[in-house]
Design a protein around this ligand. Structure first.
Ligand SMILES: Nc1nc2c(ncn2[C@@H]2O[C@H](COP(=O)(O)OP(=O)(O)OP(=O)(O)O)[C@@H](O)[C@H]2O)c(=O)[nH]1
Ligand SMILES: [Zn+2]
Length: 321
Protein backbone atom coordinates (compact mmCIF):
# COMPACT_ATOMS: atom_id res chain seq x y z
CA UNK A 1 0.00 0.00 0.00
CA UNK A 2 1.41 3.34 -0.98
CA UNK A 3 1.49 6.07 1.62
CA UNK A 4 2.42 8.67 -0.92
CA UNK A 5 0.18 9.98 -3.62
CA UNK A 6 0.68 12.65 -6.20
CA UNK A 7 -0.83 15.93 -5.12
CA UNK A 8 -3.02 16.03 -8.17
CA UNK A 9 -4.81 12.98 -6.81
CA UNK A 10 -5.49 14.59 -3.45
CA UNK A 11 -8.67 16.38 -2.58
CA UNK A 12 -8.77 19.92 -1.28
CA UNK A 13 -9.07 19.08 2.37
CA UNK A 14 -6.43 16.36 2.08
CA UNK A 15 -4.01 18.89 0.66
CA UNK A 16 -4.54 21.18 3.57
CA UNK A 17 -4.25 18.35 6.06
CA UNK A 18 -1.07 17.17 4.43
CA UNK A 19 0.86 20.12 5.74
CA UNK A 20 2.08 19.89 9.27
CA UNK A 21 0.42 22.84 10.96
CA UNK A 22 3.45 23.38 13.15
CA UNK A 23 5.07 24.54 9.93
CA UNK A 24 3.35 27.90 9.96
CA UNK A 25 3.25 30.71 10.66
CA UNK A 26 6.95 31.36 11.09
CA UNK A 27 7.43 35.07 11.34
CA UNK A 28 10.49 36.66 9.85
CA UNK A 29 11.39 40.31 9.86
CA UNK A 30 10.97 41.59 6.35
CA UNK A 31 12.19 44.96 5.19
CA UNK A 32 10.02 47.03 2.91
CA UNK A 33 10.46 46.19 -0.72
CA UNK A 34 9.53 47.56 -4.09
CA UNK A 35 6.00 47.72 -5.29
CA UNK A 36 6.62 45.76 -8.44
CA UNK A 37 7.31 42.08 -8.43
CA UNK A 38 10.84 41.03 -9.19
CA UNK A 39 12.07 37.66 -10.36
CA UNK A 40 15.43 36.35 -9.25
CA UNK A 41 17.25 33.18 -9.87
CA UNK A 42 20.03 32.23 -7.58
CA UNK A 43 23.04 30.01 -8.01
CA UNK A 44 23.71 28.65 -4.55
CA UNK A 45 21.24 25.99 -3.78
CA UNK A 46 20.73 22.35 -3.29
CA UNK A 47 21.30 19.85 -0.56
CA UNK A 48 23.02 16.53 -0.56
CA UNK A 49 20.71 13.62 -1.06
CA UNK A 50 21.29 12.45 2.49
CA UNK A 51 20.76 15.82 4.07
CA UNK A 52 17.85 16.42 1.78
CA UNK A 53 16.23 13.14 2.64
CA UNK A 54 16.64 13.77 6.34
CA UNK A 55 15.32 17.26 5.88
CA UNK A 56 12.38 15.99 3.91
CA UNK A 57 11.60 13.36 6.50
CA UNK A 58 11.54 15.81 9.35
CA UNK A 59 9.56 18.27 7.26
CA UNK A 60 6.75 15.83 6.83
CA UNK A 61 7.54 15.10 3.21
CA UNK A 62 8.49 11.79 1.72
CA UNK A 63 11.42 11.10 -0.50
CA UNK A 64 10.24 9.38 -3.66
CA UNK A 65 11.47 5.82 -3.89
CA UNK A 66 14.32 5.05 -6.27
CA UNK A 67 14.76 4.66 -9.11
CA UNK A 68 11.44 5.55 -10.67
CA UNK A 69 11.78 9.16 -9.72
CA UNK A 70 12.86 10.90 -12.89
CA UNK A 71 14.24 13.85 -10.98
CA UNK A 72 16.70 11.75 -9.02
CA UNK A 73 17.73 9.80 -12.10
CA UNK A 74 18.37 12.98 -14.01
CA UNK A 75 20.39 14.82 -11.42
CA UNK A 76 22.41 11.83 -10.26
CA UNK A 77 25.03 12.19 -12.95
CA UNK A 78 25.86 15.85 -12.53
CA UNK A 79 24.48 17.30 -9.33
CA UNK A 80 23.72 16.07 -5.85
CA UNK A 81 20.36 14.40 -5.56
CA UNK A 82 17.57 16.45 -4.18
CA UNK A 83 14.34 14.89 -3.02
CA UNK A 84 11.19 16.16 -4.62
CA UNK A 85 8.72 17.64 -2.20
CA UNK A 86 5.68 15.42 -1.98
CA UNK A 87 3.19 16.21 0.68
CA UNK A 88 2.60 13.35 3.06
CA UNK A 89 -0.86 11.92 3.35
CA UNK A 90 -1.92 10.31 6.57
CA UNK A 91 -2.85 6.68 6.79
CA UNK A 92 -6.55 7.40 7.07
CA UNK A 93 -6.61 8.46 3.43
CA UNK A 94 -4.59 5.67 1.89
CA UNK A 95 -6.27 3.14 -0.33
CA UNK A 96 -9.05 0.92 0.90
CA UNK A 97 -8.37 -2.80 0.89
CA UNK A 98 -10.42 -3.12 -2.30
CA UNK A 99 -8.11 -0.62 -4.00
CA UNK A 100 -10.68 2.19 -4.11
CA UNK A 101 -9.97 5.61 -2.68
CA UNK A 102 -11.81 6.31 0.55
CA UNK A 103 -14.21 9.19 0.70
CA UNK A 104 -12.82 12.46 1.95
CA UNK A 105 -14.35 13.28 5.32
CA UNK A 106 -16.92 15.94 4.67
CA UNK A 107 -16.96 19.19 6.55
CA UNK A 108 -20.42 20.59 7.12
CA UNK A 109 -21.95 22.25 4.12
CA UNK A 110 -22.17 25.99 4.43
CA UNK A 111 -24.45 26.74 1.52
CA UNK A 112 -27.70 25.51 0.08
CA UNK A 113 -27.48 27.95 -2.80
CA UNK A 114 -28.09 26.30 -6.17
CA UNK A 115 -24.75 25.45 -7.71
CA UNK A 116 -23.09 25.17 -4.32
CA UNK A 117 -24.63 21.88 -3.21
CA UNK A 118 -21.28 20.14 -3.22
CA UNK A 119 -19.43 22.90 -1.43
CA UNK A 120 -17.75 21.75 1.71
CA UNK A 121 -16.23 24.95 2.96
CA UNK A 122 -15.09 27.81 0.80
CA UNK A 123 -11.92 28.21 2.83
CA UNK A 124 -10.54 24.86 1.80
CA UNK A 125 -8.24 24.49 -1.14
CA UNK A 126 -11.16 23.87 -3.46
CA UNK A 127 -9.20 23.53 -6.61
CA UNK A 128 -11.88 21.43 -8.22
CA UNK A 129 -14.79 23.54 -7.03
CA UNK A 130 -16.32 25.77 -9.64
CA UNK A 131 -19.86 26.93 -9.00
CA UNK A 132 -21.31 27.26 -12.49
CA UNK A 133 -23.29 30.41 -11.97
CA UNK A 134 -21.80 32.74 -9.42
CA UNK A 135 -23.13 35.59 -11.49
CA UNK A 136 -26.55 34.22 -10.69
CA UNK A 137 -25.92 35.25 -7.11
CA UNK A 138 -25.94 38.93 -8.08
CA UNK A 139 -29.66 39.64 -7.57
CA UNK A 140 -29.67 38.14 -4.08
CA UNK A 141 -26.51 39.96 -3.17
CA UNK A 142 -27.88 43.24 -4.50
CA UNK A 143 -31.03 42.76 -2.42
CA UNK A 144 -28.85 42.23 0.64
CA UNK A 145 -26.90 45.42 -0.01
CA UNK A 146 -30.17 47.29 -0.42
CA UNK A 147 -31.26 46.05 2.99
CA UNK A 148 -27.90 47.08 4.36
CA UNK A 149 -28.34 50.60 3.05
CA UNK A 150 -31.74 50.74 4.72
CA UNK A 151 -30.13 49.44 7.90
CA UNK A 152 -27.72 52.37 7.81
CA UNK A 153 -30.69 54.72 7.78
CA UNK A 154 -30.09 55.61 4.16
CA UNK A 155 -32.73 55.89 1.48
CA UNK A 156 -31.74 53.27 -1.12
CA UNK A 157 -33.97 54.99 -3.65
CA UNK A 158 -32.21 58.31 -3.60
CA UNK A 159 -30.48 59.08 -6.85
CA UNK A 160 -26.90 58.41 -5.78
CA UNK A 161 -27.75 55.03 -4.31
CA UNK A 162 -30.09 53.57 -6.89
CA UNK A 163 -27.43 51.46 -8.57
CA UNK A 164 -25.29 51.02 -5.48
CA UNK A 165 -26.63 47.61 -4.39
CA UNK A 166 -25.83 46.11 -7.78
CA UNK A 167 -22.47 47.84 -7.97
CA UNK A 168 -21.56 46.66 -4.50
CA UNK A 169 -22.62 43.11 -5.34
CA UNK A 170 -20.46 43.13 -8.45
CA UNK A 171 -17.55 44.54 -6.48
CA UNK A 172 -17.88 41.84 -3.85
CA UNK A 173 -17.99 39.18 -6.57
CA UNK A 174 -14.77 40.63 -7.93
CA UNK A 175 -13.11 40.71 -4.51
CA UNK A 176 -13.92 37.02 -4.16
CA UNK A 177 -13.37 35.90 -7.75
CA UNK A 178 -10.78 33.40 -6.57
CA UNK A 179 -13.68 31.09 -5.71
CA UNK A 180 -14.28 30.83 -9.44
CA UNK A 181 -10.74 29.83 -10.26
CA UNK A 182 -8.93 26.55 -10.09
CA UNK A 183 -5.25 25.76 -10.28
CA UNK A 184 -5.37 23.67 -13.42
CA UNK A 185 -7.08 26.37 -15.47
CA UNK A 186 -4.83 29.08 -14.12
CA UNK A 187 -1.64 27.15 -14.89
CA UNK A 188 -2.85 26.62 -18.45
CA UNK A 189 -0.20 23.98 -18.99
CA UNK A 190 2.67 26.40 -18.34
CA UNK A 191 4.77 23.84 -16.51
CA UNK A 192 8.00 23.16 -18.36
CA UNK A 193 10.56 20.39 -18.11
CA UNK A 194 13.85 22.10 -17.39
CA UNK A 195 17.08 20.83 -15.89
CA UNK A 196 17.29 23.83 -13.59
CA UNK A 197 17.96 23.19 -9.95
CA UNK A 198 18.59 26.67 -8.65
CA UNK A 199 16.26 28.79 -6.63
CA UNK A 200 13.55 30.79 -8.38
CA UNK A 201 12.10 33.75 -6.51
CA UNK A 202 9.33 36.09 -7.58
CA UNK A 203 8.93 38.75 -4.98
CA UNK A 204 6.74 41.72 -4.12
CA UNK A 205 3.66 40.38 -5.87
CA UNK A 206 0.83 42.76 -5.00
CA UNK A 207 -1.98 41.14 -3.11
CA UNK A 208 -5.49 42.31 -2.23
CA UNK A 209 -7.69 40.17 -0.05
CA UNK A 210 -10.68 40.36 2.26
CA UNK A 211 -10.54 39.77 5.99
CA UNK A 212 -13.05 37.07 6.72
CA UNK A 213 -13.73 38.45 10.18
CA UNK A 214 -14.75 41.97 9.23
CA UNK A 215 -15.26 41.83 5.45
CA UNK A 216 -12.81 44.67 4.96
CA UNK A 217 -9.68 44.50 2.83
CA UNK A 218 -6.21 43.53 3.74
CA UNK A 219 -3.48 44.06 1.22
CA UNK A 220 0.25 43.76 0.83
CA UNK A 221 2.80 41.75 -1.04
CA UNK A 222 3.76 38.16 -1.49
CA UNK A 223 7.17 36.66 -2.20
CA UNK A 224 7.43 33.11 -3.46
CA UNK A 225 10.51 30.97 -3.88
CA UNK A 226 10.89 27.41 -4.98
CA UNK A 227 13.71 25.03 -5.68
CA UNK A 228 12.82 23.21 -8.90
CA UNK A 229 13.17 19.54 -9.41
CA UNK A 230 13.30 19.39 -13.21
CA UNK A 231 10.06 21.30 -13.60
CA UNK A 232 9.65 25.04 -13.71
CA UNK A 233 6.52 27.14 -13.70
CA UNK A 234 5.66 30.02 -15.99
CA UNK A 235 6.62 33.05 -13.90
CA UNK A 236 3.29 34.82 -14.20
CA UNK A 237 1.59 31.72 -12.85
CA UNK A 238 3.06 32.38 -9.42
CA UNK A 239 1.27 35.73 -9.38
CA UNK A 240 -1.87 34.06 -10.69
CA UNK A 241 -1.72 31.52 -7.88
CA UNK A 242 -1.64 34.44 -5.45
CA UNK A 243 -4.84 35.74 -7.11
CA UNK A 244 -6.65 32.42 -6.76
CA UNK A 245 -6.29 32.44 -2.99
CA UNK A 246 -6.15 36.13 -2.14
CA UNK A 247 -9.41 36.86 -3.95
CA UNK A 248 -11.43 35.10 -1.29
CA UNK A 249 -12.45 35.69 2.29
CA UNK A 250 -9.21 34.95 4.07
CA UNK A 251 -6.94 35.07 7.03
CA UNK A 252 -3.36 35.80 6.14
CA UNK A 253 -1.98 32.62 7.63
CA UNK A 254 -4.19 30.40 5.50
CA UNK A 255 -3.51 32.44 2.40
CA UNK A 256 0.23 31.94 2.91
CA UNK A 257 -0.13 28.22 3.31
CA UNK A 258 -2.48 27.75 0.38
CA UNK A 259 -0.10 29.51 -1.98
CA UNK A 260 2.73 27.22 -0.89
CA UNK A 261 0.60 24.11 -1.31
CA UNK A 262 -0.50 25.17 -4.79
CA UNK A 263 3.08 25.77 -5.96
CA UNK A 264 3.98 22.36 -4.60
CA UNK A 265 1.11 20.84 -6.48
CA UNK A 266 2.07 22.62 -9.69
CA UNK A 267 5.73 21.59 -9.96
CA UNK A 268 6.55 19.16 -7.13
CA UNK A 269 9.73 21.07 -6.28
CA UNK A 270 12.31 20.27 -3.62
CA UNK A 271 10.93 23.07 -1.51
CA UNK A 272 8.68 26.11 -1.46
CA UNK A 273 8.91 29.32 0.55
CA UNK A 274 6.20 31.95 0.79
CA UNK A 275 6.35 35.20 2.75
CA UNK A 276 3.31 37.48 2.94
CA UNK A 277 3.40 40.99 4.36
CA UNK A 278 -0.04 42.43 4.93
CA UNK A 279 -1.77 45.56 6.16
CA UNK A 280 -5.18 44.81 7.64
CA UNK A 281 -7.70 47.60 7.30
CA UNK A 282 -9.62 46.12 10.22
CA UNK A 283 -6.62 47.14 12.34
CA UNK A 284 -6.23 50.50 10.61
CA UNK A 285 -9.67 52.03 10.02
CA UNK A 286 -11.36 50.60 13.08
CA UNK A 287 -10.65 48.53 16.17
CA UNK A 288 -7.16 49.00 17.48
CA UNK A 289 -6.38 51.61 14.76
CA UNK A 290 -2.68 50.92 14.35
CA UNK A 291 -1.97 52.43 10.98
CA UNK A 292 1.66 51.37 10.67
CA UNK A 293 1.50 47.78 11.81
CA UNK A 294 2.26 45.05 9.31
CA UNK A 295 1.66 41.35 9.62
CA UNK A 296 4.29 39.00 8.25
CA UNK A 297 3.57 35.32 7.78
CA UNK A 298 5.59 32.62 6.12
CA UNK A 299 5.32 29.02 5.10
CA UNK A 300 8.53 27.08 4.53
CA UNK A 301 8.30 23.62 3.02
CA UNK A 302 10.91 21.01 2.18
CA UNK A 303 14.48 22.27 1.93
CA UNK A 304 13.42 25.80 2.84
CA UNK A 305 12.22 24.56 6.15
CA UNK A 306 15.09 22.29 6.94
CA UNK A 307 18.15 23.80 5.36
CA UNK A 308 18.98 27.12 7.06
CA UNK A 309 21.25 28.16 4.19
CA UNK A 310 18.54 27.71 1.58
CA UNK A 311 16.08 29.61 3.75
CA UNK A 312 18.62 32.36 4.39
CA UNK A 313 19.34 32.66 0.67
CA UNK A 314 15.64 33.07 -0.01
CA UNK A 315 15.19 35.67 2.71
CA UNK A 316 18.22 37.59 1.49
CA UNK A 317 16.80 37.69 -2.02
CA UNK A 318 13.42 38.78 -0.69
CA UNK A 319 14.92 41.50 1.46
CA UNK A 320 17.33 42.84 -1.15
CA UNK A 321 16.27 46.07 -2.80
N1 LIG B 1 -4.82 35.64 12.84
C1 LIG B 1 -5.48 36.52 12.08
N2 LIG B 1 -6.35 37.33 12.67
C2 LIG B 1 -6.98 38.22 11.90
C3 LIG B 1 -6.78 38.34 10.53
N3 LIG B 1 -7.56 39.32 10.06
C4 LIG B 1 -8.22 39.82 11.13
N4 LIG B 1 -7.88 39.15 12.25
C5 LIG B 1 -8.28 39.31 13.65
O1 LIG B 1 -9.51 38.70 13.93
C6 LIG B 1 -9.81 39.08 15.25
C7 LIG B 1 -11.30 39.10 15.50
O2 LIG B 1 -11.42 39.37 16.87
P1 LIG B 1 -12.81 39.71 17.61
O3 LIG B 1 -12.48 40.11 19.02
O4 LIG B 1 -13.76 38.57 17.41
O5 LIG B 1 -13.38 40.91 16.78
P2 LIG B 1 -13.24 42.46 17.10
O6 LIG B 1 -13.97 42.80 18.37
O7 LIG B 1 -13.69 43.19 15.88
O8 LIG B 1 -11.67 42.61 17.34
P3 LIG B 1 -10.76 43.90 17.23
O9 LIG B 1 -10.23 43.94 15.81
O10 LIG B 1 -9.66 43.66 18.23
O11 LIG B 1 -11.59 45.11 17.54
C8 LIG B 1 -9.11 40.41 15.48
O12 LIG B 1 -8.09 40.21 16.44
C9 LIG B 1 -8.49 40.71 14.12
O13 LIG B 1 -7.26 41.42 14.22
C10 LIG B 1 -5.85 37.43 9.93
O14 LIG B 1 -5.59 37.44 8.72
N5 LIG B 1 -5.22 36.54 10.75
ZN1 LIG C 1 -10.52 41.99 9.95
Amino acid sequence: MSFTRQLSEMSASELNDAIDDTNFPQAHILSRGRNNSVCSTSSTSGTSSLAGAAAAASAGVQTPSQPEDACDELVASSTPQRPRLILKTNSSITENSDGTQPQTPMTPRTSTTPGHEKCTFHHDLELDHKPPTREALLPDMARSYRLLLGGLGENPDRQGLIKTPERAAKAMLYFTKGYDQNLEDVLNGAVFDEDHDEMVVVKDIEMFSMCEHHLVPFYGKVSIGYLPCNKILGLSKLARIVEIFSRRLQVQERLTKQIAVAVTQAVQPAGVAVVVEGVHMCMVMRGVQKINSKTVTSTMLGVFRDDPKTREEFLNLVNSK
